[in-house]
Structure formats: C-alpha cells, structure tokens
Design a binder for this molecule. Sequence first.
Ligand SMILES: Nc1ncnc2c1ncn2[C@@H]1O[C@H](COP(=O)(O)OP(=O)(O)OP(=O)(O)O)[C@@H](O)[C@H]1O
Ligand SMILES: [Mg+2]
Length: 299
Amino acid sequence: MIEVKNLTKDFGFNRGVFDISFEVKKGEAYGFLGPNGAGKTTTMRMLMGFSQPGKGIATINNSDCWKNYYDILGEVGYIPGEVALPEGLSGLEFIEMMKKMKHADDSRISYLLDMFELNPDQSMKKMSIGDKRKLAIVSAFMSDPNILILDEPTSGLDPIMQNKFIELIKSEKKRGKTILLSTHIFEEVDACCDRLSIIKDGKIISTTDTDTIRNNENKVYKIEFLQDEDFNQFMKSNMNIVYSNKTKRKVRVAINDKEINRLIKIISTYQIKYFSESQFTLEDYFLKYYKDRKGESSL
Ligand SMILES: Nc1ncnc2c1ncn2[C@@H]1O[C@H](COP(=O)(O)OP(=O)(O)OP(=O)(O)O)[C@@H](O)[C@H]1O
Ligand SMILES: [Mg+2]
C-alpha cells in the first residue's frame, strides 16, 4: 500500500536518503526509526509528494506520490514532524477550514477533541506546543483516512496524552488502517508496530518483524561494575554491548547461549556489583541502534 523503491534524495555532504526501499502492507503498522538526522522526515515528505525524489520512486496505492500529490493529500492522514500552523487563525477556524477541505464530519471531530482534551477556541498564536500538536492530530484523523503517515506524532505531548495517542493508533490499526510511524518512543513501537526499519545516515540498516524479536532466544545480561576502570576495560572487549551507561557503570550485553562461557571468563576478572539475565527484548533492539560511535546510548 505504501512503497518506497530505491528512493534517493541527496542534499550533499552525505545528507539525505540513499537508495532506500521498504513497503507497508494493507492493515500493517510499520515503525520507521532512527537517530536525529537519519532521513525519516525526508522520506515521509517524499511519500506526501512535498518533495521530489532524486532517484527511485515513492508510491501509495500504486500511485506515484510526486506526480499525484493531490490524490495523496486526500487519501492520507499526515502528521508532520514540525507542526507549522497558520498563526492568524483560531483553532476553531483552522478546524473548520480542514473540515471543509477533508469532508470530515462533526462527530469524529468532537470525538478527537474530547479524547485529547483540546479546547480549540483559542488563537493559534497563543497555543502551547502540545495544543498545536493536538490540533495536528485532530486534523490528520478527522476524515478517518485509511492510510496514516505519522512523523513523530507525539513529540511535545505529555505522558498521559502520549498514552491516549497510543490507544488511538491501536484502535485505528484494529479498524484495518495502514500506518507508517516514525518515533523515538519505544512504547509506541511496542504497542502497535508489526514490522520496522531502522534508518541511519540515510540508509536502511535493519528491517525486522517485531514478533521475531519478541520471541527470539538470544539473551541479554545486565552487568554493573564496581569500578570505572573495569567498566572502561569491558567496553573495549568485543562483546555485543547493546546499552551502556558510563556514570552508573552499567552495561547490557546481548549474546547467544553459545557465548556464555566467554562472557563469564571475561567478567570473572572484574569486580561485579550486579549481574542478571533477561530475554533480548524489542527494547534492547531499539536501543542498540541509538548507540553512538563510542558505544554509549544516546537515549
Ligand atoms: N531541505 C534540506 N536541505 C538540506 N539538507 C537537508 C534538508 N532537509 C533535511 N536535510 C538533511 O538531511 C538529513 C536527514 O534529515 P531528516 O529531517 O530527514 O532527519 P530525521 O530522521 O527526520 O531526523 P529527526 O529525528 O531529527 O527528525 C539531515 O542531515 C538534514 O540536515
Ligand atoms: Mg524528522
């Protein structure tokens, strides 16, 4: 339903997206994850037909997003990464304008306003960031579109509202909607994504089925060191470190059962404060791709 094929947008200086491909099937919720500047917004903007691909193609329902951008606008509910709303209008006027454009009905709009506890009767200029975000959510969902392209939809929302949003996408997914979701929030991925791709430096570096990770047999060992020196030394070993916190001297190592002897041998030479085993979770997978070059987690 949503497809990008060899999509490239080169901004120069290694910025942009390069030869990326993935597809989101009908009724699927697909996570699109990656660190800041990885290329998520760039890709989503090409899917919305706002920007022309350098190479490759983005299609929705087999229709070229760049050539048929007007159809895409009518079919897709989109929440932009950065919400820019016309400041001269009040929230109510904006909703009225969007309602006419999208042929939305009042009951759906009231339902969404109630859900997010938004009073639209205020000037947009004076709205808080969270209220503007809520307005963008109402506007994306008001016409009950079958396809949703959501670019960090909850940034700026408080935790209660973030949870409400998760409930909303879960129920939309149950109703058969096709969703492409870019987010840095693990709970959103865990709650609804069937598959996901990780993008880094403009390239897709991993694509996976979330259930495969949830049911996998690899283990994660949590280790806390007593001394900085031991922590630093361990960081230099070539174990698969999926998370680390230098201040707390904590690491999480993902290993296959076959490697357990090697791990025990290594840590037996250090002073250990805490050691425990757990399943390699979706969250470990998620965190692994946020590590910076030194192996520290940036979350
Ligand atoms: N119009 C533009 N002109 C030049 N460079 C751009 C432009 N838009 C984006 N970039 C660059 O392309 C890269 C990808 O940016 P993009 O906004 O797609 O990242 P992102 O994955 O959405 O990040 P974030 O998580 O911060 O939203 C960045 O290096 C960015 O500086
Ligand atoms: Mg972005």
